[in-house]
Design a protein. Structure first.
Length: 167
């Protein structure tokens, strides 16, 4: 997880994920770059995501807002859906990058859990990530260099998957 400084402990962000040649920090950098492409004219809240597949391919996603808020697409779902639309059916790791400074300022006095210091995927995104990567590593990144390493299973306890006829 993270220490008081918001940096990952117990998880080496510079170790290769699987046999992909990609590190968790590489994936975070891709998510930060994706965040720059976000379309958030209504909220101003930009989020970037990057998904790593077993073959070492990285798919980026950014949130895309709509004036009709329910039509907004989250960065995590955009990245997973890009991967799936290109034929991928499995996710090894996901990185999510967003400005979490407002969480620290509001919760610092309450002694928040470390996960609470980072922007996490919404419930719908958690389900989509779990669908394609129930064992996926998830890295949450803030803009100040903080990192939190968690997992799809931790973010969605009791998650479910239907057995698909095609994978």
């Amino acid at each position: 997880m993270t220490g008081a400084s918001g940096t990952a402990k117990g998880e080496d962000l510079h170790r290769e994920v699987g046999d992909t040649g990609v590190t968790l920090e590489d994936l975070v950098q891709e998510a930060l770059a994706a965040r720059e492409m976000a379309y958030a004219p209504h909220s101003g809240f930009k989020v970037g995501a990057a998904v790593l597949t077993p073959g070492g391919r990285i798919y980026r996603g950014a949130n895309v807002e709509s004036a009709s808020y329910p039509l907004t697409n989250c960065a995590e779902r955009v990245a997973v859906q890009k991967a799936v639309s290109e034929g991928e059916r499995s996710v090894l790791a996901v990185a999510v990058a967003a400005d979490a400074s407002y969480l620290r300022s509001k919760r610092a006095a309450q002694g928040p859990a470390e996960l609470d210091l980072f922007v996490t995927p919404c419930g719908a995104c958690r389900q989509v990530i779990f669908e394609f990567g129930p064992d996926a590593v998830v890295v949450l990144a803030d803009l100040e260099g903080g990192r939190c390493v968690t997992s799809a299973r931790r973010l969605l306890p009791g998650g479910f998957r239907l057995e698909a006829t095609e994978r």
